[in-house]
Design a binder for this molecule. Sequence first.
Ligand code: GAF
Length: 392
Amino acid sequence: MSARSEPGTPVADRATAGFRQRYGAEPAGRWAAPGRVNLIGEHTDYNDGFVLPFALPLRTVVAAAPAPGGRWTVWSELDDEPVEFGPADADEPGRVDGWAAYVAGVVWALRADGHDVPGARLAVASDVPVGSGLSSSAAIESAVLAALVDLGGLDLPAGRWPRLAQRAENDYVGAPTGIMDQSAVIRGRAGHALFLDCRTEEIEQIPFDLDGAGLAVLVVDSRAPHRHADGEYAARRRSCERAAATLGVSALRDVDVAGLDAALARLDDDETRRRVRHVVTENQRVLDTVALLRAGRVRDTGPLLTASHASMRDDFEITVPEIDTAVEAALSAGAYGARMTGGGFGGCVLALVDAGAADAVAAAVADAYAERGFTAPGTLTVLPAGGVTRLG
Ligand code: GAF
């Protein structure tokens, strides 16, 4: 039997309806976690650096209830067939794969942390598009984590959730990502960007009042196929770690802009020098962006966003033609700044625009795509939203 809802049904209702239809019972609760965009600070998280993401109004909702027998069953609207697994599958990374690995990974991470995780039935519905670089994976991990913590009454302060969800992704799913996405999704606050020091995990909620400034953030889904994204991401990370080792520092965070030239002089290949230059200058751009936002100068952050894009394109080499086209078209149409957001090789671009100009900028990007024969982009304007929460 299909548990799919009518088109247009709100995501929380889809999760509830899926739960009822699949399991013939009421869920004990529903937990929602957002996707995210990163305003600035790309590929800095795993270098112990700084990031400034914010949570999106698009959310993933998990409807769940405890189940006897200490096993987990999870249904998603992406896939009619539910996936069932037990402790032995959860304890061996790789035994559950596909989208359900993010769920099994959370069970694994909780068990590895010493928690007695309750068996559960779960139904997942999501408005966060998969494969667009808006962190649909961190959203499902975080919503499942919140559900299991609540259902089991587990003693796990929310401050520890991002690291645990990251471990699910790194060690169970096998993606060597940093801590940015899970932090944004769990700790995001409406109207704010999250300034995170990825070494200390200290956070500061930075007011990001787009409405008050008459501005909007336009998100463009490039619809570019994510070619080799996983392998390229891992390669960038290795290159940064090797450079840090050569420089005798524990992470590239320990090199600042003042010490950049001296550091570059100690590296002997040009590619590594460019990778390091991206990370070091990007950390500084995050700090500069935070300073401008603290001063209420939202519009003035535009050039930093655009400089970040140039650095990702030329030094870190993680952009693709669709992404560069979207950035150039947005800037030509009057955006104050534009950059790719997320891991790269596809995904989304964000542009800081006058609120009244968002439609015109979106149309200019669509025209540029049509001229080059690219698949039409998706566009939406977003405001910073809140992080993971229980809906009831
Ligand atoms: C992906 C990863 F999941 C993050 O940890 C981060 O490294 C990002 O790419 C690049 O900034 O979203």
